[in-house]
Ligand binder design. Structure first.
Ligand SMILES: Nc1ncnc2c1ncn2[C@@H]1O[C@H](COP(=O)(O)OP(=O)(O)OP(=O)(O)O)[C@@H](O)[C@H]1O
Ligand SMILES: [Mg+2]
Length: 246
């Protein structure tokens, strides 16, 4: 179980303190699939980075399976079964796809067949990719899918995916949602998926709408989707103010 208790995150910009996350509390049970959604800049990635240990909260505690992990680094959290797929994955010049999958799985003798299974789940053909370097020669969507395959290979108990749909074509996206559905059906991992896609939102046990550094709504997809649609029909407050003044 993942527990976020009163998480706040501020950054200093000159004289001003910006509140990026404001007293966010959330509990996610084992095997659950939770989708974080909400407007750009709302705080979703920051929350994911805080869960992974890539950013340190200014206040609050993070508990994973009852253990306080707030002061642990990414390596230790990774050992405890937490993994995170970046919104914009890094490239690894000099390392092949096979190397990355082998490192992620922790199995020095990962077979070609096993590599192939992970790559197939994200819609890639192992023959075309296993020996490719994860450098600039790969397209954005390819790098994104390879990173997701490495998370699957890691077999973590908490998988966090940051906009897995970004840059991915419709065919691979369909394969990817199937993969998420299968993991969820087997209850083999807890998943936090940051997404703007209705298809992914509809897979969730719970949808958490993060906006302006707070949780705006929580509920099932059926409850939350109409509220998101109502929210997005609102206009830009600055333009509205200007229109009123005219
Ligand atoms: N180190 C920082 N310094 C200044 N502002 C920051 C910093 N880190 C995050 N922010 C701001 O915090 C807000 C939340 O960012 P975050 O990346 O968490 O949003 P998001 O919900 O993931 O958005 P998107 O949907 O665009 O990916 C943004 O306005 C961002 O500019
Ligand atoms: Mg983000």
């Amino acid at each position: 179980m993942l527990e976020l208790q009163h998480i706040s995150y501020t950054v200093q910009e000159g004289e001003t303190t910006l509140g990026i996350l404001k007293d966010v509390s959330l509990t996610i049970g084992d095997g659950r699939l939770v989708v974080f959604t909400g407007p750009n800049g709302g705080g979703k990635t920051t929350l994911a980075r805080i869960i992974m240990g890539l950013a340190q909260p200014t206040a609050g505690r993070i508990l994973w399976n009852g253990q306080d992990v707030t002061d642990l680094g990414i390596t230790e959290r990774s050992r405890l079964g937490i993994s995170y797929g970046f919104q914009q994955p890094p490239r690894f010049k000099g390392l092949t796809v096979r190397d990355l999958l082998t490192i992620s799985s922790g199995d020095d003798h990962l077979s070609k067949d096993q590599c192939c299974q992970y790559l197939t789940r994200v819609g890639l053909c192992a023959n075309d990719y296993l020996d490719r370097e994860v450098d600039v020669s790969l397209s954005g969507g390819e790098v994104k899918r390879i990173e997701i395959a490495t998370i699957l290979a890691r077999n973590s108990s908490l998988m966090i995916f940051d906009e897995p749909e970004a840059g991915i074509d419709l065919w691979s996206f369909a394969r990817l949602t199937e993969t998420f559905e299968q993991i969820h059906a087997r209850h083999s991992a807890t998943m936090v998926i940051i997404s703007h896609q209705e298809r992914i939102i509809s897979l969730a046990d719970e949808v958490v709408v993060v906006g302006d550094g707070t949780i705006r709504h929580r509920g099932t997809a059926r409850e939350v989707l109409p509220r998101i649609l109502a929210d997005t029909l609102g206009g830009c407050p600055v333009l509205e103010k200007e229109a009123m003044a005219q």
